[in-house]
Ligand binder design. Structure first.
Ligand code: IPD
Length: 261
């Protein structure tokens, strides 16, 4: 049995409601690393999503941020971030999301990112376009970096010099119109699909952060590759450029000037 897009939208919205119940309340914060946080609400959201998927699709593989790999049959695989933007959430900044993707035989076919603070539900099904609350999405038409608003993020192990993204950040800061660091990669990518941002890049990212977004971009007529320009990008070490087709090559050229391994 395979899920449909309505199923993903329903459970992502419900997980978003769980997050809203805890938003701006006192949290139990645990450190997975020096700056890598997890709250009890990441766990509550994930427990809900896992209970739904394991009840309805018993033998599917699930890759989640908090529980890791739940092994099942290889042809059906889910990627889940139950709270993308945990640091924002823990501080009360209203920029966070629930993001879920489903892959069939290794190809992502369904993807949903929900921002429960704004009631935004970004969704895509392979070959069927991308939508925000039912309205079709299209990437921007911006052609030049000097006119582009870009976004990026930084990995939790950013103190590792090879992964800190600072050289890229300063290059783009000097060449683009502006750069945002919103703190939820799934929303950064959804905003590129919506044409609100012109491009996004990140190195040292995780599959659950980007899985749904990559389909949103492709279905909104944008381009996705890793930072080496590989179209077969959904594999470790995960990195991503998501942009409109005019800017993708320009961002890739810029990233290739720096050490992005
Ligand atoms: C993080 C956010 C952030 C990105 C990090 C992610 P989390 O996810 O998406 O924007 O820069 O790379 O790990 O930890 O908040 O789920």
């Amino acid at each position: 049995m395979v899920p449909d897009l309505n199923y993903l939208m329903r459970i992502a919205r419900q997980a978003g409601q769980i997050l809203m119940e805890g938003y701006l309340k006192q949290h139990e914060i645990r450190h997975k690393g020096r700056i890598d946080l997890v709250t009890e609400m990441d766990s509550r959201s994930e427990e809900y999503l896992l209970s739904e998927i394991r009840r309805d699709f018993k033998d599917h593989t699930i890759v989640t941020e908090e529980s890791g790999l739940i092994e099942g049959v290889q042809e059906h695989c889910w990627f889940i971030d139950p709270l993308d933007g945990t640091s924002n959430y823990a501080h009360g900044v209203p920029v966070f999301s629930v993001t879920i993707a489903y892959a069939f035989h290794g190809a992502i076919t369904l993807g949903v990112t929900v921002d429960p603070t704004r009631n935004h539900c970004f969704s895509a099904e392979r070959g069927q376009s991308a939508f925000l609350n039912g309205q079709p999405l299209h990437v921007s038409a911006t052609r030049e970096l000097v006119d582009a608003m870009l976004a990026t993020g930084f990995p939790a192990d950013l103190h590792d010099p090879a992964k800190n993204n600072l050289e890229n950040f300063s290059r783009f800061l000097m060449s683009a119109q502006s750069i945002r660091r919103l703190g939820s990669a799934a929303l950064d990518i959804a905003y590129v699909a919506a044409g609100w941002l012109d491009g996004y890049w990140e190195i040292g990212i995780h599959p659950w952060d980007i899985a749904a977004g990559t389909l949103l971009i492709q279905e909104a007529a944008g381009l996705v590759t890793d930072v080496q320009g590989e179209a077969d990008f959904f594999k470790p070490p995960y990195s991503l450029i998501a942009a409109n087709p005019h800017l993708h090559a320009k961002m890739l050229a810029m990233l290739q000037m720096a050490d992005t391994r």
